[in-house]
Every structure is written in C-alpha cells, then in structure tokens.
Design a binder for this molecule. Sequence first.
Ligand code: NAD
Length: 437
Amino acid sequence: MKLCVVGTGYVGLVSGTCFAEGGNDVACVDIDERKIADLRNGKIPIYEPGLEELIRRNVGDGRLRFTTDLAAAVKDSLVCFIAVGTPQDEDGSADLSMVLKATADIAKLMPGYRIIVLKSTVPVGTADKVREAMASQTTHPFDVVSNPEFLKEGAAVEDFMKPDRVVLGSNSEHALSLMKELYSPFVRTENPILVMDNRSAEMTKYAANAFLATRISFINQVANLCEKAGADVSDVRRGIGFDRRIGHYFLFPGVGYGGSCFPKDVRAVIRTAEEYDMDFSLLKEVEVINEKQKELLVNKVFARFGKDLRGRKFAIWGLAFKPRTDDMREAPSIVIIEALLKAGAEIAVHDPEALARAREVFGDRVSYHRGNYDALPGADALLIVTEWNEFRRPDFARVRELMKSPIIFDGRNLYEPSVMKQEGFMYYPVGRSTVTQ
Ligand code: NAD
C-alpha cells in the first residue's frame, strides 16, 4: 500500500519506518527542511533503539523516503497519516492548529478519495473538526480514522511492531478494512485491533495517559508517606504489585513524570472536562503532586547543604525524561538543575544520549561530560535523575574517590541502601530510609 506520514517526529518517523518495514511504500513528510535533509543524508534526528538500522534498510530497499513535498506525497498515497505535534496551548488545551493546517493542506492537494488517519494525540471531537476543515477545501470524498499511537519513547520500534492493541475509530467500513490490512503484519500474535467510533478512540488515548500519570503520582505520594513513616516503598510496591488487580507496571516512585505526552495530555483532559462543565479534580491533583515531586531532590539537597549552594558542585547522572531516549521535553532534570543553578551551585552533567538536547536548554551554564565518571571530580554530591541501565552497577570505589564527599541523592532508587552503607556513602533514596553512615 502507498501511504504518507505527515510530521516526521518521534511518532511519525517510527510509524513511517515500521509501516515501510511492513512492506508498504512510505513517504515521510515534514515542513522542517533541515530535518528532511539530514534524514536523506542518513542522519537520524532522534535516538530510538533499533530505529537507525530499520531506516537504513527500508531506505536502501526503496520503501521509505523523506520529503518536504506534500503535494507529491498526497498524490501518490491513498492513506495519509497525521503525526504532527499537538502541544499545549496557553489555556492547557491541546493546540490543534498543526493538525488542522496539515489536514486542510491535504484536502487542497488530494486528487481523489483519501483516508486521513489521525495518529497525533487529539481531544475528543477533533475528527469532526478535521472533517469540517477538509470539507471546506475539497469536493473529493474522504474518510477520517482516529488511530491514536501508544508507543513509548525508548522502546518505540518494539511497541509499534508488537502493540498491545491497535485502536481504530471510524464509521467507514471501507477505511476500517484497509486499516486492518495495514496493521495485519503487527498483530500476528492475536493482539487485538479494537474498532470503535472516532470520539471513543480519541478519548481512549487520553484516558490511557491520564491513568498512567495517576499511577505515578499515587506511588510518589505513597513513597513520600513511607519515608516519613519509616516504611520502605520498594517492599510496599512489590507487596501491592503482586495483586493482579494492581500489577507491577508504572509503580516506580521517582522525581515525577515528564516528557512530551503525560504533562500535556493530563492538562488537556482537565481542559476538555471543563469544556463539558466537569471538574476532573482527580487529575488536577495528579498534576499538583507531580509538580511537587520534581522538587523532591532539590529539597533534600537544601536540607543537607542549606539553601545557599555557592561554592558547591553537583554531578547529575541522567537528563532525558526517561532512559533510552534523548527527549528532554518537560524533563524533571530541567526543574532540578535550574533550582540548583539558582541557588548558586556549579553543575556537571552526564547523559548517555541527551547531551546535545541539554545544550539547547542549559547553554554554557553547566559542564557536559560524555562519561558518567567524568562528571564526578570534586562533586559535593551526585544526583541520579534518570534510570539509565548504565548507572545501575557503577564502580563505587571509583565514584567515592572522584567525589569530594560520598553523597548520593538517588531520584530513581537504583541502589540498595544496605549496599550503600557498606560502600561508605550517605544515600538519599525516594521512599526508603536515608543512609547517614
Ligand atoms: P514531534 O514534535 O517530535 O514531531 C512533530 C513533527 O511534525 C515535527 O517534525 C514538525 O516539524 C512536523 N510538522 C508540524 N507541522 C507540519 C506540517 N504542516 N506538515 C508536515 N510536518 C509538520 O512530535 P511527536 O513527539 O512525534 O508527537 C506527535 C504527536 O503524537 C503528538 O500529538 C503527540 O502527543 C503524539 N504522541 C507522541 C508520543 C511520543 O512518545 N512522543 C507517543 C504517542 C503519541
């Protein structure tokens, strides 16, 4: 099948590449000329495990190409996926301008029937708005399918290739049957394709992200209570996770959720509820808890060193909002580092993949280190912000030698307090007892 993906970001690039891998002829379109030029030169703009190899193979086999020429892509493609950004607007709602612009442009350019597939995360009712916007630009027939994307950055290729489920929202049997055919290579192990109306599909995506964010804020508050009450959240987490009604996923306490999806999607649901005169108070609290949680490590640092950090140096391991990505959008590391800089501290940062993105955020206000140990010399303390696997088993003797004082604030509970005691560290985990030596 010939298809185009409009918007070649995390979702568009991964989806387009995986559809090409599924045997389709795919044009990935973007308005960012530099991004397209880079992709044509084999330079991949994002870090995502396994993606580079797939892109290379499918470009080499002639199934995948990158272009800024929307007209040519739309002319050739029966199915047009929309994967442009839906960032947060000033009032917290999702900004649909890029979605509406892209779909209106397609409507102007399409030479006949087309299927428009909304892969971007969009609020309930957007498919109707898209239909209206398109109908004002074309007399050709079209169908609009809502097909929210559930991939996780850091495991995006694997998630796309083996989705837990595929959600399709549409009232067109014809469009749905083509979409089912398109997804058939990815659901060979009987993972379901769920068909529903557009509004339910749109709502499903937001409900999923809002629920996952709620689990994170819930366990973060449980962790904070454990810390005060002398309980260990790691045991509590296991204790509840084995209950099959609860499960183990998304129950790891930390420094708050970030990224390009959870924060904006939680706010968008709150806003959508307001539009329907409903107060989604639970999600408002989820967000408040999350904002406070981002300050957790900084407050522990202040409690240990005081609020004036001039003359102090801190090493940071982990900048991306989660491991195995270079994405720093709404990353807790930004809140933490800005607060430490404001208090006068010197900051040395390391991340396996996000250093280039970090430079865009911090400029020359921090020092950047390719090796995790290189960030440590002279540090008064180490803060662990992202749980990269590389950080799980460091050479503690080397860490201790390099640092000025052996103090670790661990926002991801990577180490066992008993081990840290043996290794001679003062250790501040989340929701577990502090090791003071
Ligand atoms: P992104 O910002 O990485 O990519 C969006 C791309 O769209 C950019 O390259 C931009 O230049 C391009 N673009 C904007 N307007 C365009 C136009 N008119 N024509 C062509 N290209 C255009 O965004 P993303 O992270 O890939 O997210 C895209 C959507 O998918 C959002 O709605 C997001 O909420 C949703 N989503 C994201 C993830 C994720 O993990 N990142 C997961 C699931 C869903």
